[in-house]
Design a binder for this molecule. Structure first.
Ligand code: SF4
Ligand code: SF4
Length: 388
């Protein structure tokens, strides 16, 4: 295993972190297959992984309920006496906070679930812009100060799918952020905060944890023939997982890549890759860019996320509606995109809130008939996640 410094936190982290939102299950998402998951985690730790990441809702019955991942991890660490060897990361469910005391309430619940009296890295989970303003009004920064001085939390940060401007705004408001969890893979350099966000984190020495390195497995399953043809032309032959992970580890701004592993085979393969120094040549870097361009030809519309059509006077999140529709087509995985669509976009900002006023059309740099495109998005995703 190879290790990196996690920014100014001073933590030395394995460059592969164990994400625990896709542990093996029996019957339902809430029923973790504990025997199999224990084997996977033990193998991971014995072979150098020293960071485990979980969150309040992972492996819950509902999309954002009280999940079983933290409970299982707490039990696993206790029974195997691993707590002190592991950097434990979990997340405060920002969207559930209604009053100031809720921060402490949820932290105490999480400490109990995790059977520990401290959390190494505590992230405000999936901060959206409205959530950030809400938690700021509830004095979240005082809460974080208190957590740090009481020792209940060693390092604080946030996870987010926001655009780079908001990322920087949040980072600049609090000097004690030490870690940010952000999405990155070779398709997403310009999606959400992307490479500009990582660059800023590097500049201010805030550690970066990476989510979705394989885009939920979509960069490695059902590879389109056009993409496979390109991979076959590479100077060095690599598996799709090797391409995706080594792309990140060839960057100098991706400190710890979280992989949400589902089987022991995946753990073994990822550890093998994480333990190999593999410098990608300039030609092969160009090939990765060509693969990304090829994936983009499968997009459902031409939206470039330029933002000129925003804000919609009726509150429609045009950019993200069109983007999730695009990703669903590009990756041929409607269910995964639907999960993003329904969890990242508020009820009243989804495509079905468009009233066809046409005010946005003249602003579209790609000359899209935006309400018509939104209608396609609505027909595709429907109005409830259950539709899938
Ligand atoms: S057509 Fe739809 S998306 Fe465009 S401005 Fe009107 S309500 Fe908003
Ligand atoms: S102006 Fe057009 S291309 Fe730009 S974000 Fe809006 S819909 Fe997409």
């Amino acid at each position: 295993m190879l290790y990196n410094e996690l920014g100014k936190s001073g933590l030395k982290v394995s460059r592969l972190g164990f994400g625990t939102m896709r542990l093996p299950t029996v019957n339902s998402n809430a029923d973790i297959d504990e025997v199999e998951a224990t084997k996977m985690l033990k193998y991971g730790i014995e072979n150098g992984i020293n960071l485990i990441d979980t969150a309040y809702p992972y492996h819950s019955k509902e999309l954002d309920g009280n999940g079983n991942s933290e409970k299982f991890i707490g039990k696993f660490l206790k029974e195997n006496s691993y707590r002190d060897e592991i950097i434990l990361s979990t997340k405060s469910p920002s969207w559930l906070m209604e009053e100031k005391s809720d921060f402490d309430k949820y932290l105490d619940i999480q400490l109990e679930k995790l059977q520990t009296d401290y959390i190494d890295i505590y992230l405000l989970h999936s901060l959206t812009e409205p959530d950030w303003f809400k938690v700021k009004d509830l004095d979240v920064l005082d809460f974080l100060d208190d957590c740090l001085s009481s020792g209940k939390v060693k390092h604080v940060g946030f996870s987010s799918h926001i655009e780079v401007d908001y990322l920087i705004e949040i980072l600049d408001e609090y000097p004690k952020w030490e870690v940010v969890l952000t999405q990155m893979n070779y398709l997403d350099e310009y999606y959400q905060s992307g490479i500009m966000g990582l660059d800023y984190l590097k500049q201010i020495n805030v550690g970066s944890m990476i989510m979705e390195p394989l885009r939920g497995g979509r960069l490695v399953n059902n590879i389109p023939a056009e993409v496979q043809k390109l991979w076959d032309m590479a100077e060095v032959k690599r598996t799709p997982v090797e391409w995706a992970l080594q792309y990140l580890w060839n960057r100098d701004d991706a400190d710890c890549v979280l992989s949400g592993m589902t089987s022991l085979e995946q753990v073994k393969d990822n550890i093998r890759i994480a333990s190999t120094e593999d410098i990608i040549s300039e030609n092969d870097q160009e090939l990765i860019r060509e693969v990304a361009r090829t994936y983009r030809t499968f997009l459902g519309n031409r939206c470039t996320r330029c933002g000129y059509c925003m804000p919609c006077p009726h509150g429609v999140d045009i950019i993200n509606c069109l983007t999730e529709y695009n990703i669903a087509h590009m990756m041929n995985d409607p269910k995964a995109s639907a999960m993003q669509y329904f969890s990242l976009i508020d009820d009243d900002s989804r495509a079905d809130s468009c009233i066809d006023c046409k005010e946005c059309i003249p602003f579209c740099t790609q000359m899209l008939d935006i309400p018509k495109e939104l209608q396609k998005v609505y027909e595709y995703f429907g109005s409830e996640f259950d539709h899938f």
